[in-house]
Design a protein around this ligand. Structure first.
Ligand code: MG
Length: 218
């Protein structure tokens, strides 16, 4: 079973469900030519696809176009259902850096056929994840810079200020559909600049004040 580390905590926490938000930054919606959704777009990744610092991404043989998406990850510490937005942040234990790896060619094919995205989003190694910092150490999660580079070349540089659906609203909405449990994660969407990674690449995602995550592609 995969688990997360919260800095300063004695024990690791088993990862529950990984709830991911799609199309949450206008500049990224534009670069993929998608429509802006009225409600958050939700999909899930299984906990089994998480890898940690220094580990290897393995691109499945059925894809030739694996994209990086750097994202702010939220660790739920206190569970709940129908959580009001104004109390949502009190359910957050910590924040981390995630890469929502996406097989863009496979996803496009699934979208065209009206089929689910799991094979494009939930394959083994599809969710590199940093350690988490306690929520109390992050002054304003809605004012964080998100960066990602490939082989030292900057690819993504955005800010959580630019989210369409903000963190309290996301938690509140998700909790109206799924009971949130301690150890659940929320990946909050990616800013513009997504692109292809290939064998041999070194990928570094960083959110200053939260963490840094380095992985390689086998
Ligand atoms: Mg994403």
């Amino acid at each position: 079973m995969k688990s997360v580390k919260l800095k300063g905590a004695a024990e690791t926490l088993p990862i529950g469900k990984i709830l991911c938000i799609g199309r949450n930054y206008a500049d990224h919606i534009k670069e993929l030519g998608n429509e802006t959704p009225e409600r958050p777009v939700i999909f899930m990744k299984p906990a089994s696809c998480v890898i940690g610092e220094g580990e290897e991404i393995v691109i499945p043989p059925y894809s030739d176009d694996c994209h990086h998406e750097a994202e702010l990850a939220i660790l739920i510490g206190t569970g709940g259902r129908e959580i009001p937005a104004d109390r949502a942040l009190s359910h957050v234990a910590g924040y981390g850096v995630a890469i929502d790896l996406t097989l863009r060619d496979v996803q496009a094919e699934q979208k065209k056929k009206g089929l689910p995205w799991e094979i494009a989003k939930g394959f083994d190694t599809a969710c590199p994840l940093s350690a988490f910092v306690p929520a109390g150490e992050v002054a304003d999660p809605q004012r964080l810079r998100i960066m990602l580079s490939v082989n030292g070349e900057p690819r993504q540089d955005g800010s959580t200020e630019l989210m369409i659906h903000r963190i309290p609203e996301l938690i509140s909405y998700l909790s109206s559909i799924f009971t949130l449990e301690p150890g659940d994660l929320v990946l909050t969407g990616t800013p513009a600049g997504v692109g292809r990674i290939k064998s041999g690449d070194g990928v570094v995602a960083e959110i200053p004040g939260v963490g840094k995550l380095s992985v390689t592609v086998r």
